[in-house]
Design a protein around this ligand. Structure first.
Ligand code: HEC
Ligand code: HEC
Length: 443
C-alpha cells in the first residue's frame, strides 16, 4: 500500500515533468519560428504585401484571454500538485522505511543462520549447546548441556535496547557470549541492528504465545494427571499397544493411531481442568518452572542445564542426565560442594528469592506483581523504597506498557499497539502473574 502511494507520487511527478517540458518546447518553437521572425518595423523593408497584424481589439480580447487562461491553468496545476505531493510524502517515506526493514530482516536472517542458529535453533525455536562448568580458576568440573532459549518471544519481555545490550555484552557466565563491538564481539552496530530486526520478524502472535505457555504447564502435570486418572491412563496404554500390534496392517494402524490421538486430546482436556483446579501458588510453581517462559532458568541454580553423563551406549555420545534421574543424583553426590544445590528460587543469574527475600523487597503482592509485569530498567531502582538495583536484565512478563521505543524510525515503535489499536498482551496474563507472585512470596 505504501509502495503504491510512492509510485502514485512518481507517476504524478512524471506527468508534471512532461507537462512542463512539452510547454517549454512549445514556447521555444513559438519564439523561434513565429514570434522571433523579425524586429517590429523591419517589415517596412520586407515584402510590402505582408499580412496585416492583429488589430488592437483582437489582441485585447481573445489573445489576451488565451494568455491569461493558460497562465491560470498552469498555476492551478502547480497549486494542486504541490499539496498532493506533500500529502503523499509520508507514504513515500513509509515505503522507504518498509524497504530498508525488509533488507535488514533478510541480512539479519543470514547473520542469524551463520552465527546463532547452531545454539538457538532454526527459526529461533530454541535448542541446546554442549559446554562445561569450571571453578573460579578455570578448572573443569563437569560436562553439561545448556538449554538455549527460543528467541520467538524475546521482544515480549525485553525492549529493543535491552536486546541490544544482551547482543552487545552477552550474558556471562552463560554460553551466550558478547557479539557486539562494545562488548568486544565481532559484529558491527549495523549487524546487531539487522539481527534485532530479524528477531522482530519471528515473534509469535499473542495467541500462539499463550498456547506455548499452556503447553509447558500441561507437559509438567502429565504424569500427575495420568496417575490420578488410572482409567484414562489404562486406555492410553491400550491404544499405544494397539499401534505397536498393528504392525504392517495399515487399516489397523490407522484406526489405532486415531485412538491414540483421541486419548491424547482427552488427556489434554483433563490436564487443563487439573491446572485450573490447582490452588494459586501451586499453579504459580508450574509457571515459575516453565522453561523459557518461566523464571527458574534465571532464579534457580542449575535449572538452565543438565549434566551429560559418560556414554551409556558405546558410540552414542554423552547422555543427558534428566533432572531427578539416578545418573544425576550420582553426579551431584560425587561433585558435592563444587556445584550449587538445586534450590527452587535459590538464585542464579537472577537474585535469590527464598527466605522471604521478596517480602522484604515488596511490601504488597500488588507491588511485587507490578515489578514482574514491567521488569527492571537499567539504572532504575525498584522495590518498596527503590532499594532494588535495576540492571535491565529482569524481563517484563506482563502487558506491554507504553511503546518500547520513542523513536518513530525504530522498528519497535508501536510494538505495544496491535493492528486493531489494542495493547499487546504480555507473555503472561495478570492472573498468571498473580499465581507466580503467590508462589514466590511463600519461598
Ligand atoms: C554457544 C551458544 C550460543 C550462541 C552461538 C548464541 N547464543 Fe544467544 N544465548 C545462548 C544461551 C545459553 C542463552 C541463555 C543464557 C541464560 O541461560 O540466561 C542465550 C540468550 C540469548 C538472548 C536472551 C534471550 C532470553 O530470553 O533471555 C538473546 C536475545 C540471544 N541469546 C541472541 C543471540 C543471537 C542474536 C545470537 C547470534 C549472534 C546468539 N544469541 C548466539 C547461547 C548462544
Ligand atoms: C533472563 C533472566 C531472568 C528471568 C527469566 C527472570 N528473572 Fe527475575 N530477575 C532477574 C535479574 C537479573 C534480577 C535482578 C534485577 C536486575 O538485574 O535487573 C531479577 C529480579 C527479580 C525480582 C526481584 C528480586 C529482588 O530481591 O530484588 C523478582 C521478584 C523476580 N526477579 C521475579 C521473577 C519472576 C516471577 C520471573 C518469571 C516470571 C522472573 N523473575 C524471571 C533475571 C530474570
Amino acid at each position: 500500500m505504501h509502495l503504491l502511494a510512492a509510485s502514485t507520487q512518481r507517476n504524478l511527478g512524471m506527468a508534471i515533468a512532461v507537462v512542463a517540458i512539452v510547454g517549454f518546447a512549445i514556447y521555444l518553437i513559438y519564439n523561434v519560428m513565429w514570434a522571433g521572425r523579425g524586429e517590429k518595423g523591419s517589415e517596412l523593408e520586407l515584402a510590402p504585401n505582408r499580412k496585416p497584424y492583429l488589430s488592437d481589439e483582437e489582441l485585447e480580447t481573445s489573445k489576451l484571454d488565451l494568455a491569461l487562461v493558460s497562465g491560470l491553468v498552469t498555476l492551478v496545476i502547480i497549486g494542486v500538485a504541490l499539496p498532493l505531493y506533500w500529502l503523499g510524502e509520508p507514504g513515500r517515506q513509509q515505503g522507504y522505511l518498509d524497504d530498508s526493514r525488509r533488507q535488514f530482516t533478510s541480512r539479519g536472517f543470514e547473520q542469524y543462520e551463520e552465527r546463532c542458529a547452531s545454539c538457538h535453533g532454526g527459526g529461533g525455536l530454541g535448542g541446546t549447546t554442549s559446554t562445561s562448568i569450571t571453578d573460579d580458576a578455570g578448572n573443569f568440573i563437569a560436562a553439561i548441556e545448556w538449554e538455549v532459549p527460543a528467541l520467538t518471544t524475546a521482544l515480549y519481555r525485553f525492549s529493543e535496547d535491552e536486546v541490544r545490550h544482551i547482543l552487545n555484552y552477552g550474558r556471562p557466565p552463560t554460553p551466550m557470549q558478547a557479539w557486539g563491538a562494545p562488548g568486544g564481539g565481532p559484529l558491527t552496530t549495523q549487524q546487531v541492528d539487522e539481527l534485532i530486526q530479524y528477531i522482530q520478524s519471528i515473534q509469535l502472535t499473542p495467541e500462539e504465545l499463550q498456547g506455548e505457555v499452556l503447553d509447558g504447564l500441561v507437559l509438567q502435570v502429565r504424569d500427575d494427571v495420568l496417575a490420578a486418572n488410572s482409567d484414562l491412563s489404562d486406555r492410553l496404554s491400550a491404544a499405544n499397544e494397539a499401534v505397536a500390534a498393528a504392525g504392517a496392517d495399515e487399516a489397523a494402524a490407522e484406526a489405532a493411531a486415531r485412538q491414540v490421538a483421541a486419548m491424547e486430546s482427552e488427556l489434554r482436556e483433563t490436564s487443563e481442568q487439573y491446572i485450573r483446579a490447582l490452588a494459586s501458588p501451586e499453579r504459580g510453581e508450574l509457571l515459575f518452572n516453565n522453561g523459557v517462559y518461566g523464571c527458574a532458568r534465571c532464579h534457580t541454580p542449575r535449572d538452565s542445564w543438565r549434566f551429560t553423563g559418560p556414554e551409556a551406549i558405546p558410540g552414542a555420545g554423552p547422555v543427558v542426565l534428566a533432572r531427578g534421574s539416578a545418573g544425576e543424583a550420582e553426579v551431584v553426590a560425587r561433585l558435592g560442594s563444587l556445584i550449587p544445590a538445586y534450590i527452587p528460587g535459590g538464585g542464579a543469574f537472577g537474585p535469590n528469592l527464598t527466605n522471604g527475600a521478596t517480602l522484604r523487597q515488596f511490601d504488597t503482592a500488588e507491588g511485587h506483581a507490578g515489578f514482574v509485569t514491567i521488569g527492571s530498567q537499567e539504572g532504575v531502582g525498584y522495590g518498596n523504597f527503590g532499594q532494588g538495583d535495576g540492571g535491565g536484565q529482569m524481563p517484563a512478563f506482563g502487558e506491554c506498557v507504553g511503546d518500547r521505543d520513542s523513536n518513530e524510525q525504530s522498528p519497535f515503535y508501536g510494538f505495544c499497539t496491535l493492528e486493531d489499536g489494542s495493547t499487546r498482551p504480555g507473555m503472561l496474563t495478570a492472573d498468571q502473574i498473580a499465581d507466580i507472585v503467590a508462589y514466590e512470596r511463600g519461598l
